[in-house]
Design a protein around this ligand. Structure first.
Ligand code: SF4
Length: 353
């Protein structure tokens, strides 16, 4: 295992004067939480990055050889689209991880273990990675800057590499005020872009997030290009509409000078609570009639699997798309059902082979 090399913090870049500061202390904003009208995800002020140019990455190119677990995923991506899914297990439950892992084994290539606004308190990423790996699944660990300072992030990255995680998804994270546990102190000592070179130096495959439909829409591709310059191997996209919309974004990213493979999200809805969770995601654009079609079907589970599979098949044919991420939420107690839906779709797409 190679320990991450602490990097000097890039020199601060001055934001336009006279504006309030970003509540997440971001330099390489805007984050994905910008409201449709340009409002900050925290409070009612405008996002401070709306009118400025995209801030260029100033920390030098991220580098580092990818270790064996991540190389396995790169080898799969070289022969067919990657099939990833969320880990729908209940928070803080090793038993739920065991239960949800069973259907996913052999059906997806890796599981993304992140968090949602409704489940902020989770086992630490490296411990969760170890639990999931013990169930025979590759781990794509989510790591946010909201809950940890740079020392804790460096320790977590080292632990993820030691625990055999294949990849890490580096995000700034939603502000604590926007979800469960709003009383918690938000940290934001680093931001997602600054995590990228740290994770790369530890031998992990590294992904970043982008929300193509969040304002300022015209700057989103260029912003992702800066994350690629920081060393991101891949980018996961917030749900962003029709396959043609994903294709247009992929073209814009290439035009911005980056050739970072994209992994768009595929929403999987099998019940009403899952649909409500989906509706709460900032910057998400769902297919027209998508949720209604599932919830009004005689068999919502079958309809949810059918529409998600059809959408995923369209997405993997888009130039620049390297795979899909099956995501969504479930009502408490329905986590294994959602895992089973992920597995059904994953198998049809060739995942886990
Ligand atoms: S929307 Fe995000 S990036 Fe913009 S000011 Fe608010 S927290 Fe910062």
């Amino acid at each position: 295992m190679t320990l991450p090399t602490p990097r000097p913090t890039p020199p601060p870049i001055a934001l336009p004067t006279g504006l309030p500061a970003c509540p997440k202390h971001m330099t390489y904003g805007p984050c994905g939480g910008v409201g449709a009208g340009g409002a900050c995800e925290v409070g009612t002020m405008r996002c401070v990055f709306l009118d400025g140019p995209v801030v260029a990455w100033s920390g030098g190119p991220g580098a580092g050889e990818v270790d064996a677990p991540g190389r396995e995923l790169l080898a799969i991506a070289a022969r067919r689209p990657l099939v990833l899914s969320g880990m729908p297990a209940a928070p803080l439950s090793a038993e739920s991880i065991v239960e949800c892992s069973a259907p996913l084994r052999g059906a997806v290539d890796a599981v993304l273990a992140g968090d949602a606004a409704t489940s902020r308190v989770q086992f630490p990423p490296a411990y969760r990675a170890a639990l999931i790996r013990a169930q025979g699944l590759r781990v794509w660990a989510g790591l946010n800057c909201r809950d940890r300072n740079r020392v804790a992030l460096e320790a977590e990255i080292a632990a993820l590499a030691h625990a055999g995680a294949a990849a890490v998804h580096c995000v700034t994270g939603d502000h604590t005020l926007s979800g469960l546990r709003p009383e918690a102190m938000p940290v934001f000592d680093l931001e997602g872009t600054e995590l990228v070179p740290l994770a790369r130096s530890a031998g992990l495959l590294v992904s970043v997030a982008e929300s193509p439909n969040a304002p300022p829409v015209a700057h989103r591709a260029a912003r992702l290009a800066e994350k690629a310059r920081a060393g991101a191997h891949l980018a996961m996209l917030q749900y962003c509409g029709e396959a043609a919309d994903v294709a247009a974004f992929a073209t814009a990213v290439r035009d911005a000078g980056a050739h970072v493979p994209l992994i768009p999200g595929v929403p999987v809805v099998v019940d009403r609570p899952g649909a409500e969770l989906l509706a709460s995601f900032a910057g998400a654009a769902l297919l027209a009639g998508f949720v209604e079609r599932v919830l009004t079907a005689a068999d919502p589970y079958a309809a949810g699997v059918e529409v998600a599979l059809a959408y995923a098949r369209e997405l993997v044919d888009v130039e620049g798309v390297a795979g899909v991420l099956l995501g969504g939420g479930a009502a408490p107690g329905s986590e294994p059902l959602l895992a089973t839906a992920f597995a059904e779709i994953g198998r049809e797409l060739g995942g886990g082979t």
